[in-house]
Design a protein around this ligand. Structure first.
Ligand SMILES: *Cc1c(COP(=O)(O)O)cnc(C)c1O
Length: 402
């Protein structure tokens, strides 16, 4: 069957919620993806910041396969071995005290929101608590997560959303302070905004948020779903800032392909949720947690954080040069292997990315006109050189049509 046939069948049957590239991916190997026509793509999207260790990692695949043969699922009526160790290791890595496993990022956010509300409820018995979120944030598509996502386009048709959510300007402490009142129970943000356009927080902003939250007993929730798990050169992005949250959400690279998520909290907060308050059928099942354990093993084995810092610095240097050469690329932003090139509004980024992918390089967009680079964390300088070659060829082609 050629790819056109697969696409026709898919389009006949799937809900049309994505405008997909006309490509059917078939297999992956290292930093490359291959489509059903055998065409090879250098992947600087990594399944949206998921495949930290690339495709077909032997150790990861074997670990998951072994668990498939042992036990895939039980229920949360019982304990299971992989969840026990995955929990212990993530608690230790984060310096937080307790973890709840979910199946996705958006569910991790739902859990964090419920935890914040319950924590506040136990303090004052009120049921009208407020959450402050940021403009240009992205926290997921389920109703709670959508309610704290600062993007009117995603929200509009789905109103009414959950109540009591206010939006502040990212990196503007005064705009946050202006929204705080006695009902505020949590402030939620990404230490590096992903979908919103790769905006790293300013150190001062996070430090001031921490002080504000401490002063008013407001929970500081960091959404590390995209920027966490080594992407910025630290296990969690907040470690770059030395500002620790009360609650943290994880997903994406946590499972490196097996769908998982989690939220963690410090003890005094975590104990607000008691039996009956929250649950999930699949969350924390043995298969998912075996995947998490394999991911954590790989972080220990492969010195990947050093690689992120090293290759991230190299990629930033290449982008700096490009920004100085091309007047239609206005700047670049990011930390480690989470970077974005900001294009002038007159550039049709969708069309440009189509060209880039056609030439065998996968990148995604973010925010308004930002080309997003979130490659596997194991890439080399050579991979960055190859990426730049394809990117420059695509820019040249675009220039010739301008
Ligand atoms: C992707 C993402 C989510 C949502 O995760 P899903 O697994 O798609 O539900 C939430 N927050 C951030 C920062 C993300 O990048």
């Amino acid at each position: 069957m050629d790819s056109k046939k697969y696409i026709d069948v898919a389009e006949e049957n799937l809900l049309h919620t994505y405008n997909r590239y006309q490509i059917v991916m078939e297999k992956g190997e290292g930093v490359y993806l291959y489509d059903t026509d055998g065409k090879k793509y250098l992947d600087f999207g990594a399944g949206i910041a998921v495949f930290a260790f690339g495709y077909g990692n032997k150790y990861y695949n074997e670990s998951v396969k072994n668990q498939v043969d042992k036990l895939i699922h039980t229920s949360n009526y019982f304990y299971n071995v992989p969840a026990t160790f995955a929990a212990k290791r993530l608690v230790k890595l984060s310096g937080l005290d307790r973890i709840f496993f979910t199946n996705s990022g958006t569910e991790a956010i739902e859990g964090a929101i419920k935890l914040a509300r319950k924590y506040a409820y136990l303090k004052d018995g009120c049921t009208d608590h407020e959450i402050i979120a940021m403009h240009h944030s992205f926290h997921g598509r389920s109703m709670g997560a959508l309610s704290v996502t600062g993007n009117a386009k995603y929200q509009e048709a789905f109103k009414p959303l959950i109540g009591g959510v206010k939006f502040a300007e990212y990196n503007n402490i005064d705009s946050v302070k202006a929204l705080v009142n006695e009902k505020t129970c949590a402030i939620i943000l990404e230490p590096v905004q992903g979908e919103g356009g790769i905006y790293p927080a300013k150190a001062e902003f996070l430090t001031e948020l921490r002080a504000l939250c401490d002063e008013k007993d407001i929970l500081l929730i960091f959404d590390e779903i995209q920027c966490g798990m080594g992407r910025t050169g630290k296990m969690f992005a907040w470690e770059n800032y030395g500002v620790k949250p009360d609650v943290m959400t994880l997903a994406k690279a946590l499972g490196c392909g097996v769908p998982v998520g989690a939220f963690l909290a410090k003890q005094s907060v975590a104990e607000a949720l008691v039996p009956g308050d929250h649950g999930t059928t699949y969350g924390g099942n043995p298969l998912a947690c075996a995947a998490i354990e394999a991911v954590l093993d790989l972080f220990e084995k492969e010195n990947v954080l050093e690689n992120v810092k090293h290759v991230g610095t190299y990629m930033a240097k290449c982008f700096d040069e490009l920004v100085s050469e091309k007047e239609y690329i206005t700047s670049h932003r990011g930390i480690g292997l989470m970077q974005g090139l900001v294009f002038d509004e007159k550039i049709d980024l969708g069309k440009l990315i189509g060209k880039v992918i056609d030439k065998g390089l996968i990148v995604f967009s973010a925010g308004g006109n930002v080309m997003r680079f979130v490659p596997p964390l194991i890439i080399t300088e050579k991979d960055v050189d190859d990426m730049m070659t394809i990117l420059k060829a695509s820019l040249k082609e675009m220039e010739s049509e301008m």
